[in-house]
Design a protein around this ligand. Structure first.
Ligand SMILES: C=C(O[C@H]1C=CC=C(C(=O)O)[C@@H]1O)C(=O)O
Length: 491
């Protein structure tokens, strides 16, 4: 059993002291992909779940709200202050045990939408056969006296308080910020700008409004998403709900992973026809081009933090129930004390500098990006720092990033709010997992009958606006299914 420990960093007088206790859960959770989600209360559920593993949480002992260009840095500083003073007893010591904060960040620095980090009161987690429960309280004790650990609830106690999940009833959909025709016009203009050479790729998104007969119970959506989209990360943070297939970054004990997606084709439902479509996607020059930009943006953003990086040369085809995607898993080893970053190594022209680093064909790989700031990193960056550095990737913004971002502002006609922004969790040691908030909806805090669904797609020179509109419809399917009534099976 780990002793009570408090990090030896100077206390930050303005932030409360967290008292955190993690213990093993004696009760075995069943194998259903939504088993963890069944523990959640109706109000403000927090979740990050995939294939039955992950974290669910509720209650709120601290909340950080940030905005604007410093939204990531401010959240990071607040979390650093909280975790540095935390008193922690962790009997399990796995990723996701001990102190945890859930976050959801606005896509755009000029967004009206707040970005949030929430420190929950109770977290239940599972990794394989191990399940645990963490309680977090804030200490009210005066300096010098020992903080009291909260009693740990049993699973039976937790389940006693769970209200039944309710269905949303009939759902009606209506146009979002931009009508379909105006949206395809905007895509047409984007294609023209690409053909004129102003940029290589831009991701254009749209929204759809859903209105439900009964108030939306987020657990209805989460359970259905986790059951049908088992390969995706089902998330819920501060009203942002979805099942994303795209992992922006996972940072665990010095290793980083990012699942990059770009390039899409709708599934037909028939196995043989889908295999033919997968082959078509894998050879589509338009989709491969879209994908290469996205992989390059991730590799470039990670290079300054990594001593080695593996960038697959060719994507694989990821099968989801609604669509097929081109996918690449980029992995890396973070710099530690004494090991310089890839970017720095590339600058020094070391023969081993780019070992294991394969740039996507035809694009500038990170190993040759000598302009990246490449000073050796001594403290491994937190997962939130990495997410901030990666955001926005070319899977949700475009190439070059600033030009694409400007074009999105000029043409898209809506505030993306937290759609396509990082969503996930960060732990007490900075490790964590952040997805890109895709295949998602934002629940209206003022009106429980209302949700805003989002979808976007990568536009390149060869894009056809009508086909891009159809692609957004395919990407809206998971959330339409989540709001539906018919039974769902797993993929
Ligand atoms: C922007 C979205 O998807 C991105 C992720 C995968 C494939 C994409 C594409 O093929 O366009 C997009 O880059 C979305 O789902 O809203």
């Amino acid at each position: 059993m780990n002793p009570l420990s408090s990090a030896d960093v100077a206390p930050e007088p303005s932030s409360p002291q967290l008292v955190v206790r993690t213990t093993l859960l004696g009760t075995v959770l069943d194998e259903h992909p939504a088993a963890l989600l069944r523990l959640l209360p109706r109000t403000a559920p927090l979740a990050w779940v995939r294939r039955g593993d992950g974290l669910v949480a509720w209650g709120e002992v601290a909340r950080v709200e940030t905005r604007g260009p410093t939204r990531f840095a401010d959240a990071e500083a607040a979390w650093a202050a909280l975790r540095s003073r935390a008193v922690v007893r962790d009997d399990v010591d796995l990723p996701g045990t001990g102190p945890v904060a859930f976050g959801s960040f606005a896509f755009e620095e000029g967004s009206e939408q707040r970005s949030v980090l929430v420190v929950p009161r109770v977290v239940v987690g599972r990794r394989g056969r191990t399940a645990w429960i963490t309680t977090i309280t804030t200490s009210q004790t005066s300096a010098g006296s020992a903080p009291t650990l909260a009693p740990v609830p049993t699973l039976a106690h937790v389940l006693e308080d769970v209200e039944p999940v309710t269905a949303p009833g009939t759902v009606t959909y209506s146009q979002g910020a931009v009508a379909d025709e105006a949206w395809t016009d905007a895509v047409e203009q984007a294609v023209q700008q690409i053909r004129d050479g102003r940029l290589d790729k831009v991701v254009m998104a749209r929204d759809v409004q859903a209105r439900t007969e009964a108030p939306i119970d987020p657990r209805w959506l989460l359970t259905r998403l986790a059951t049908a989209y088992t390969g995706c990360w089902t998330f819920s943070v501060d009203g942002m709900v979805g099942a994303t297939p795209e992992l922006l970054v996972r940072s665990e004990k010095g290793l980083v992973t990012s699942r990059v997606l770009a390039g899409t084709i709708r599934r037909t439902g028939g196995e043989e026809a889908d295999l033919a479509r997968a082959a078509k996607l894998a050879h589509s020059s338009k989709d491969l081009e879209e994908h290469e930009y996205a992989v390059a943006s991730v590799a470039e953003a990670l290079a300054p933090f990594c001593q080695s990086l593996n960038v697959p040369e060719t994507p694989f085809v990821l099968h989801l129930p609604n669509v097929l995607h081109l996918a690449s898993d980029v992995t890396g080893v973070l710099c530690t004390r004494g090991t310089g970053s890839l970017a720095a190594q590339a600058g020094s022209a070391s023969p081993t500098a780019t070992a294991g680093l394969v740039g996507p064909s035809g694009l500038v790989g990170p190993g040759s990006t000598s302009t990246s700031a490449g000073s050796p990193t001594v403290t491994p960056p937190s997962s939130l720092t990495l997410a901030a550095a990666l955001h926005p990737t070319a899977a949700v913004c475009g190439t070059p990033t600033p030009v694409a971002n400007d074009l999105i502002r000029a043409l898209e006609g809506m505030d993306r709010a937290r759609y396509a922004g990082p969503v996930g969790w960060v732990g007490g040691d900075g490790d964590g997992e952040w997805g890109i908030a895709l295949r998602s909806a934002s629940l209206d805090p003022e009106d429980p009958h209302s949700a805003r669904l989002f979808a976007g797609c990568g536009v390149v020179a060869a894009s056809d606006p009508a086909a891009e509109l159809a692609e957004t419809e395919a990407k809206l399917e998971p959330m339409r299914l989540a709001l539906g009534a018919e039974p769902v099976g797993s993929d």
